[in-house]
Design a protein around this ligand. Structure first.
Ligand code: ACO
Length: 364
């Protein structure tokens, strides 16, 4: 047997492709989509315009995309799910069922990307209403995607500031390099499968707590802090007990996460600050100061999850919906990667070192 070749657990440090979609510069706290800074995209764009930028490379801030209606067989499946189904399971099931109702020939197209990105918010909103004993709300084509999602969730149009805050969250969640779910989507499409299968796989990958789970833990911690007066004592005690402060530190970013900065700015601009946001701002100041004291050699800064939590709570989503909301936002990136992979396709099929027994005879 040949000597095993070096391998990297978790593929850490392995370059597994090339992309012109997103650039994550952890050292300098920069995130670029097709070269544009995330902060500028949040300030000047909308989620549909950013999705279109990722799909086509064209920047058109007026680009619109409404939510789509749910095909009858998919709605029937959503109705059949038990009320206690996890939202990520419901979304994955809906996407898979949607694929069964569509003609999705190879290669995937921008139209396929638009169709699935506009379908999924309607499906999640319908599931949330059905589990509460309410009827789904039909899409309103006059509303842009995120506003339309909130409308279908609540049954009434959101105010502009609320829609804007969630839209900003969707923009910062849209793309982040070769993360596990994006890589999954690329592996699936590399077999010349279809976009619905690629996204069903991506949603299943994001369901794991190591990928999509952190913002609800931020909510837990903020509720344990309770009020700004207790922040300093709470933070010191938590660190002394070896706890990690949720929403701080990052594997890639050594500087302040640019997504957190962009979200904080939008959330601060809301005419009425949700209580969650004010508490987060107060706790952040204390946490950054104490973390700098306790870890002088390791920059531990705010990450995106810290501000995702108050924004998602502020627009009225319950913490069990956070991973599914994250998945909706990542549709733009997943589908853009699917298109990029298909445009220059090579079946993704790495090697593995065999470490089992040498060739031998079956026992007599
Ligand atoms: N609170 C307190 N201490 C921390 C934190 C934190 N949030 N993050 C890292 N540290 C400390 C560690 O205890 C360790 O200290 P030590 O050397 O004294 O033992 C040191 O910093 C290095 O920690 P690592 O785990 O090696 O750092 P890594 O880069 O691998 O971790 C991670 C990144 C997992 C995100 C970590 O910072 C963490 O657990 N943060 C809290 C959870 C969180 O916010 N997750 C969301 C990340 S953003 C995202 O996934 C989109």
């Amino acid at each position: 047997m040949p000597a095993p070749r070096p391998f990297s657990p978790g593929l850490e440090g392995v370059v597994a492709g090339e992309t012109s979609l997103g650039y994550v510069d952890g050292e300098n706290g920069r995130l670029l989509y097709r070269g544009y800074r995330i902060g500028d995209l949040v300030e000047r764009g909308t989620y549909p315009s950013v999705a279109n930028l990722l799909w086509t490379g064209d920047w058109d801030p007026t680009h619109r995309l409404a939510t789509a209606s749910i095909p009858a067989p998919v709605l029937a499946i959503l109705r059949a799910l038990p009320a206690e189904t996890k939202p990520m399971d419901a979304l994955r099931t809906a996407v898979s069922a949607w694929g069964a109702t569509q003609d999705l020939p190879w290669p995937p197209t921008v139209e396929h990307a638009r169709a699935i990105t506009s379908f999924s918010p309607s499906a999640l909103a319908a599931f949330v209403r059905l589990r509460a004993g309410l009827e789904p709300v039909e899409p309103d084509p006059s509303l842009d995607l995120v506003e339309g999602f909130l409308y279908q969730l609540k049954g009434e149009r959101p105010d502009a500031a609320t829609a804007r805050a969630l839209d900003a969250y969707f923009i910062v969640g849209a793309e982040h390099g070769f993360n596990a779910s994006t890589f999954t989507a690329r592996v699936v499409i590399s077999t010349r499968s279809d976009i619905a299968s690629a996204l069903a796989g991506a949603i299943g990958t994001m369901k794991g707590p190591l990928h999509g789970g952190a913002p609800s833990e931020v909510v837990d911690q903020l509720s344990r802090v309770g009020s700004a007066d207790h922040a300093e004592a709470w933070v010191r005690e938590a660190l002394a007990n070896g706890e990690r402060l949720m929403g701080f530190g990052h594997r890639v970013y050594r500087a302040y996460d640019p997504r957190a900065a962009a979200l904080r700015k939008v959330a601060e601009g809301m005419p009425t600050r949700p209580d969650w946001l004010q508490l987060a701002i107060d706790v952040e100041d204390v946490a950054l100061r104490v973390l700098a004291e306790t870890h002088p050699d390791r920059p531990l800064k705010t990450n995106v999850e810290f501000y995702a939590a108050p924004v998602l709570m502020g627009v009225g989503l319950s913490p069990d919906l956070f991973p599914a909301a994250f998945s909706l936002s990542r549709h733009a990136g997943w589908t853009a990667h699917v298109l990029e992979q298909a445009a220059n396709n090579r079946l993704i099929r790495p090697d593995v070192n065999y470490v089992g027994p040498a060739e031998r005879d079956l026992p007599a």
